[in-house]
Design a protein around this ligand. Structure first.
Ligand SMILES: Cc1ncc(COP(=O)(O)O)c(C=O)c1O
Length: 434
C-alpha cells in the first residue's frame, strides 16, 4: 500500500480529495476502497468490512442497491448531461415537497455546500441584512461565510477557522454555542436588526450526533419570525435519514402528537440521501423566498451539472425505495446497534455517552452525559476512539475515521452485521481493561 500512498500524496494534497478521508482523526494509513455492496465495503487489499460510514450518509439503502444501479445505467444510456430541464428533475423535486412540506419550491444543485451557500445569499437578499448566526460545531459545507466555527463567550464575532477566509466574511458570521437559548436571545437583542439568517443543522451531526434540546429549533424559528430574519434548516445530513421527513419531521410528529402547531423553517437544505450516492443536493423553502432566485428574481445561482440526469436517476430511485417500512427497518437497526454497543461498553465499565437523533447516533467515549455544545463534545476521549476504530477495523468493521461523526446504518445492515459490530466493540472494550 505504500506505493499507493506515495502516489496519492504526490498528486492529491494529503493523498485525498476531502480531508476527513486522510484519517487525521485516528492516525494510520487509509487503504483505498475498491468496491461496496449492501452493508459491506471492500478495500484494495480485498478486505471486506461492515461499513458504518455509508459514504458519509447517502447510502441509506446500502451500497449499490440493484434498482438504483439499474436506474443509473438506464439514465446513462439516454445521455449523460443535457444542460436542460428533464422530467425526472421535476419528479424528484415534487417528491421532496411531498415528503417535506416546508420545501414549497425546490432548486437542485450538486453539493450541500452549494445549497447552504445559496440559502445564505437568498436570506441576505430577502432581508437586506448581512449577519449570519451559526452554531459552534455545526458544519454547513465549505463556503466562506460558514467556515467560521467556535468562538468562546456568549456571542463572539467570528474569526476565520480556515486560512483564506477573509476577515470581512468572518465578521459577518456570529458564532454561538449550540443549544444555548440565552445566547441566542441575547444575540437577537443586540444585533437583531443586522441578522439576515440563523443557520442550524436540524440536529447537529458534525460534532458527533447531538439531540437538539427540546424547544431549541422552535425558539430559532420564533425569533427569526419576530425579528424578520430567515431560519435556514440544514438537513443535508439528516434529511430523509434521521426520519422519513428528516429531523424536522421527527419534531413535527412530536408536536402534532402533543397537540401543538409545528414550527417550520423558511429555507431548508438537502444533500446526501437525495442523490443516493451521486451528486445531488437541494435548496427548498417558502415560495416567496425561493422565487427570488434567478431567473424569476435577482438572486443569481446556477450550475452546469445541476439536476444532472444520471445523478437525479440515482436520487429518484433511492427516494422511491425509501418507503416507511424501509425507514422503520433502518430505525430498528439503529436501535439494536446503539443499544448493543452501549450495553457492551457499560458492562465493561467503559465510560461513554450516546448522542442520538432519530436513526442517527454516535458514541462519545469518556463522557458521562450526552453533550450539547461543541465544548462538551470536545471533552470526549478521542485517543480511546482511535484505539477502538483500529481494533474493530482489524475485525472487519469500518467506523467513521473520526470521533466527531455519526455512525451510519442502512437498510442493508442485517441482524448478523449488528451482532458482529457489537462483538467487536465488546472485544475492544475487554482489551482496554487488560
Ligand atoms: C449538515 C451538512 N451540511 C452541509 C454539508 C456539505 O455538503 P457537501 O459535502 O455535499 O458539500 C454537509 C457535509 O457533510 C453536512 O453534513
Amino acid at each position: 500500500m505504500s506505493t499507493y500512498s506515495d502516489r496519492a500524496r504526490a498528486i492529491l494534497p494529503g493523498g485525498v480529495n476531502s480531508p476527513v478521508r486522510a484519517w487525521n482523526g485516528v492516525g494510520g494509513e487509509p487503504v483505498p476502497i475498491a468496491s461496496a455492496h449492501g452493508s459491506r465495503i471492500t478495500d484494495a487489499d480485498g478486505r471486506e468490512m461492515i461499513d458504518l460510514v455509508a459514504s458519509w450518509g447517502p447510502a441509506m439503502l446500502g451500497h449499490a442497491h440493484p434498482e438504483v444501479v439499474a436506474a443509473v445505467q438506464a439514465a446513462a444510456t439516454r445521455g449523460l448531461s443535457f444542460g436542460a430541464t428533464t422530467e425526472a428533475e421535476v419528479e424528484l423535486a415534487e417528491l421532496i415537497r411531498e415528503r417535506y412540506a416546508p420545501a414549497e419550491r425546490v432548486r437542485l444543485v450538486s453539493t450541500g455546500t452549494e445549497a447552504t451557500m445559496t440559502a445564505i445569499r437568498l436570506a441576505r437578499a430577502a432581508t437586506g441584512r448581512d449577519v449570519i448566526v451559526k452554531f459552534a460545531g455545526c458544519y454547513h459545507g465549505h463556503s466562506d461565510a460558514l467556515l467560521v466555527a467556535a468562538g468562546s463567550g456568549l456571542a463572539t464575532a467570528g474569526v476565520p477557522d480556515s486560512a483564506g477566509v477573509t476577515r470581512g466574511a468572518a465578521a459577518d458570521t456570529l458564532v454561538l454555542p449550540y443549544g444555548d437559548e440565552p445566547a441566542l436571545t441575547d444575540a437577537f437583542a443586540e444585533h437583531g436588526a443586522r441578522i439576515a439568517a440563523v443557520i442550524t443543522e436540524a440536529a447537529p451531526c458534525n460534532m458527533g450526533v447531538v439531540r437538539p434540546p427540546e424547544g431549541f429549533n422552535r425558539l430559532i424559528s420564533t425569533l427569526c419570525r419576530n425579528e424578520g430574519a430567515v431560519m435556514i434548516l440544514d438537513e443535508v445530513l439528516t434529511g430523509f435519514r434521521a426520519g422519513p421527513a428528516g429531523w424536522w419531521g421527527v419534531e413535527r410528529d412530536h408536536d402534532l402528537a402533543a397537540g401543538v402547531d409545528p414550527w417550520t423553517p423558511d429555507l431548508v437544505t438537502f444533500g446526501k440521501v437525495i442523490g443516493g450516492g451521486l451528486p445531488v443536493a437541494a435548496l427548498g423553502g417558502r415560495r416567496d423566498l425561493m422565487e427570488r432566485l434567478a431567473p424569476l428574481g435577482p438572486v443569481y445561482q446556477a450550475g452546469t451539472l445541476s439536476g444532472n440526469p444520471v445523478a437525479v436517476a440515482a436520487g429518484l430511485a433511492t427516494m422511491r425505495l425509501l418507503t416507511p417500512e424501509v425507514h422503520d427497518r433502518v430505525a430498528a437497526t439503529a436501535d439494536a446497534l446503539v443499544t448493543g454497543v452501549s450495553g457492551a461498553l457499560a458492562e465493561r465499565g467503559i465510560a461513554h455517552a450516546v448522542g442520538r437523533a432519530g436513526t442517527l447516533f454516535s458514541i462519545f467515549l469518556g463522557l458521562d452525559d450526552a453533550p450539547v455544545t461543541f465544548e462538551e463534545v470536545s471533552r470526549q476521549d478521542t485517543a480511546a476512539f482511535a484505539r477502538m476504530f483500529h481494533a474493530v477495523r482489524r475485525e472487519g468493521v469500518a467506523l467513521p475515521p473520526s470521533a466527531y461523526e455519526a455512525w451510519f446504518v442502512s437498510a442493508a445492515h442485517t441482524a448478523a452485521d449488528v451482532d458482529h459490530v457489537i462483538a467487536t466493540v465488546a472485544a475492544w472494550a475487554d482489551s482496554e481493561r487488560t
